[in-house]
Write a protein that binds this ligand. Structure first.
Ligand code: JAH
Length: 235
């Protein structure tokens, strides 16, 4: 998979994706991530990427020309992308299902905005998916882009070593995860539940599933009954 990220702050993207599971996936050649400086696609001496808003009002708007040129040049270099994703609070909410869909694509381009907004013609003519990561406003699309890329790339086959752990992700099953414990069995008087020390695998599985149900009901009632897997089926 190839991910091209268009941003005026490539240094926010590159180092964040050099570590851990995603960093290893890149060195293994499972995925290529390249941060592209939007200013490299300007044609004026001052490499200007923004301008005043038609109709007035505070704040600057990102100019369409550099963004169009960036997407066109990247497409010419790589081949046409399957998705051109714009990070914006106006987008639909990102989800595990959406991550899975993007993870099956050969090439994606992620556009990061800054300022008060992006010229609407970018969304109209260039963008296939407008994506939000939640109902809050940030100072730009770079952090949301990192969130999306992390969630997508870990679903590319081979990136996460144990595909059992991907299959068991909360939100795949539609349930929150169960509580985890490691040694010591007694930490400052706080005991690990006996069942986990029992060695009874069937009982442990039953306990974990029950914990998942209780947690999901209590913390995320909105998830209950959404995926179908979480009610009666599967124990
Ligand atoms: C803010 C451009 N849903 C999170 C999110 C995504 C993008 C932005 N903010 C929040 C943003 C300013 C300029 C994008």
């Amino acid at each position: 998979m190839i991910v091209d990220v268009v941003t005026i702050f490539p240094q926010m993207i590159e180092p964040a994706l050099a570590e851990g599971v995603i960093g290893r996936a890149r060195t293994k050649g499972l995925v290529e991530v390249k941060a592209r400086d939007l200013r490299d696609y300007t044609s004026d001496k001052h490499r200007v990427v923004d301008d005043v808003a038609f109709g007035g009002g505070p704040g600057m708007v990102m100019k369409p020309e550099p963004i169009f040129r960036a997407v066109e040049e990247i497409s010419a270099e790589r081949g046409a992308p399957t998705a051109v994703i714009l990070m914006t609070p106006q987008g639909r909410q990102f989800s595990h299902a959406e991550a899975l869909r993007f993870s099956r694509m050969e090439r994606i381009i992620v556009l990061c905005g800054r300022y008060e907004g992006i010229d609407e013609r970018v969304a109209e003519a260039l963008v296939t998916d407008e994506i939000s990561i939640g109902d809050y406003v940030l100072t730009g699309g770079e952090l949301p882009a990192l969130v999306v890329i992390d969630a997508v790339v870990r679903l590319v086959p081979g990136v996460v070593g144990d595909d059992q752990s991907v299959a068991n992700d909360s939100f795949v099953e539609g349930l929150l995860d169960f509580p985890h414990y490691t040694r010591p069995a007694d930490f400052r008087g706080m005991k690990v539940p006996d069942v986990l020390l029992s060695g009874h695998h069937a009982e442990i599985e039953r306990w974990r599933r029950e914990q998942q149900r209780l947690r999901t009901e209590k913390r995320r009632p909105d998830l209950v009954g959404r995926h179908g897997v979480n009610k009666e089926s599967k124990s």
